[in-house]
Write a protein that binds this ligand. Structure first.
Ligand code: NAP
Length: 261
């Protein structure tokens, strides 16, 4: 299927690794000119160079998206290098674990600082141009916790639910301008972060990483973790021209992990 986005531009937040990188690669593979961003400039540039070597067009930008200045820099440099942004991918680090019963006021503030504010700031910079040009794709990386809150991830569940509410409201407001707003929810995709989480769980429980992974795979109907490329492909479709009538959804990419409809 021709995704019809060759020549479009994309700013992919937090794309020097993991899911963001998989999305950047998938979009570049469709001919999208991609801004790869993260705190590590050397890694961002390295990825951009790899994509360029494969015949794609990409730039690497250093941006700490936890600060308003970092968000502004990412947008400015992307526009300078690539032109107006057609596709905005919202992504960032996950918060620390913790129970809801012991959540502090600072934890609640942190949920918004980490999981809502940077994404809202990026949207505020980019959305007006998309609406003017009457074409845009906004896609946020969420978590299966948006559908089924995950135990001991209270900050994540709180912040991501808030983000989902914001984006769902926004989707209806900008649909007439041909801007779609969606979320893609990973279950368990094999990134460095997931590997680190499994290692931490093994240490905490005095067992092996293999044992933790086996237990985890048993909860997934597909009996395996997803590959970043599978997640990237789903993301590229949601950012595509043929996905023009899909907006306001939260699509799961989880091998069947979430059992509810
Ligand atoms: N993988 C999964 O199965 C899964 C499941 C549920 C939810 N999620 C969520 O999906 C998101 C991405 O997960 P992942 O597995 O891809 O994580 P990851 O492998 O740890 O990658 C995180 C990315 O975020 C960048 N980053 C971190 N802090 C940043 C900052 N302040 N500003 C800009 N970039 C920053 C990192 O690059 P730099 O170090 O260069 O900044 C890296 O590129 C997270 O929020 C995670 O909680 C993932």
């Amino acid at each position: 299927m021709d995704l019809g986005i060759s020549g479009k531009t994309a700013l992919v937040a937090a794309s020097t690794g993991g899911l963001g990188l998989a999305i950047a690669r998938a979009l570049a593979g469709e001919g999208v000119r991609v801004a790869v961003t993260g705190r590590r400039l050397d890694r961002a540039k390295e990825i951009a160079a790899e994509l360029e070597a494969d015949g794609h067009h990409a730039i690497g930008i250093e941006a700490d998206l936890s600060t308003p200045a970092g968000v502004a820099t990412a947008v400015e440099r992307s526009v300078e290098a690539l032109g107006p942004i057609d596709i905005l991918v919202l992504n960032g680090p996950g918060p620390k674990p913790g129970a809801a019963a012991t959540l502090s006021a600072d934890d609640i503030a942190a949920a918004f600082e980490l999981l809502v504010k940077p994404h809202h700031a990026l949207v505020s910079h980019v959305l007006p141009g998309m609406r003017e040009r009457r074409w845009g794709r906004i896609l946020a990386v969420g978590s299966s916790g948006v559908v089924a809150p995950l135990p001991n991830l209270a900050v994540s569940n709180t912040g991501r639910a808030a983000l989902a509410g914001y984006l769902k409201t926004l989707a209806a407001e900008v649909a007439l301008d041909a801007v779609t707003v969606n979320m893609l929810l990973p279950g368990r995709i094999a990134t460095d972060r997931v590997a680190e989480l499994d290692q931490a769980a093994a240490k905490r429980r005095g067992t092996t990483v293999e044992e933790i992974q086996l237990e985890s795979r048993k909860t997934i109907p597909a009996r395996r973790y997803g590959e970043p490329e599978e997640f990237g492909a789903a993301a590229a479709f949601l950012c595509s021209a043929p996905a023009s009538y899909i907006t306001g959804i939260a699509l799961r990419c989880d091998g069947g992990l979430i059992r509810s409809l």
